[in-house]
Write a protein that binds this ligand. Sequence first.
Ligand code: PLP
Length: 383
Amino acid sequence: MLGVSLVYFKLKNPPSSLIKKWNTFFDQRSIDAVSRCVSDNSVSMGKLTYDLEDRLSKTLGRKHTICFSSGSSAYLSALISLQLEPFEKILTANRSWINCINAHSILRLRSIICDVEERAPIIKDTKKVCDWIINNRPRVILITHINGFWSRAEKIRSAARKVGAYIIDDRAQSLGSLNELDQVDSDIQIYSIGITKLISAGQGGFAQTDNDQLAQALRLTRVHGISSPEMRDEQLILGHNSRLTDMHAALADCMLDKMHLRVQKTNSIILKYQKELSSVQEIESFRPYLGGEYGVYPEFLVKSRDDLIKYLEHKSIQATRLFVSLHYLNKRIHDFNCIGPQVNSSRLDSHGIGFPGGPDLKDEDLDYVIACIKEFYSSKSVE
Ligand SMILES: Cc1ncc(COP(=O)(O)O)c(C=O)c1O
């Protein structure tokens, strides 16, 4: 009862501080772990990073884990480790993250973009795409899992193997959001532990592989491709400096201890949004998650999106459009082509919205956000 009247009060008197889309708070244990790194002078890549790599290999059931300064550097390094030639083709879904097309363009690779499912932002596993793979023989297929929608893409994976293409799984948003041991056929898997991830170190990422040679190449790419600091003249592969630091490894390690609680809380928030907003006609949910998958971000398709964003801002709530589809990016910067029309991706561009979520969102703030969204649409229907 108290909760309901508090929401009612806030509707009339919006809070002065913004309810952000995502907050990540680090507890006292994490603060102590970082200060130990500083006092032990363990501030760059060292033992804690290697320990984290071991832990992640065991947790996710992969042979090798190589940590990087971000998920984006992990992906760039993955492409470097495959030693591709300029203008080779990489196939990916239109709703993959912008880091992928940037990496392709940095390495002068050609991006081939295909549309996503109608009710999930993941690659559409169609015969048309498989035929394109067979006829055009891309060197890499990037399969991106978005917001708990786990992309099995079985037909595409099997077409990729027929033409000898590498498969990379972008699981940047997936750590904790799916059954970790739900293995699929791929050569390298990429994860992010950036600030808006369920398991966050502030910044960071990692690549996993079962292939010994790729693992060795990946390790080299994060230290300029040079085999050892003592042999500075021997560069074996292209590289850059993208080491994770022990301070970030310490934060990730503490966060991993809380993974299941964080997943549960985040998932319960998404389910509450879905249940409460199901009666609002102007709001459409994505398809339900399949077994073992969890959503991370409360995202929907809505009518009057920009007006809703403005209205929520006025109520001290941060809501944003979803990130832009790749086919809208600048053709002068990126070399890309699309397979067929991008109908479903375009719909997400026009109607996709993200509301506040994440394990650190307070229950009372969630109730208030939902009440404001309902209020917006009920006032519209009266107009
Ligand atoms: C699907 C996906 N891939 C890659 C990345 C890049 O990861 P990072 O931000 O750690 O560079 C992100 C980041 O949000 C992402 O969501």
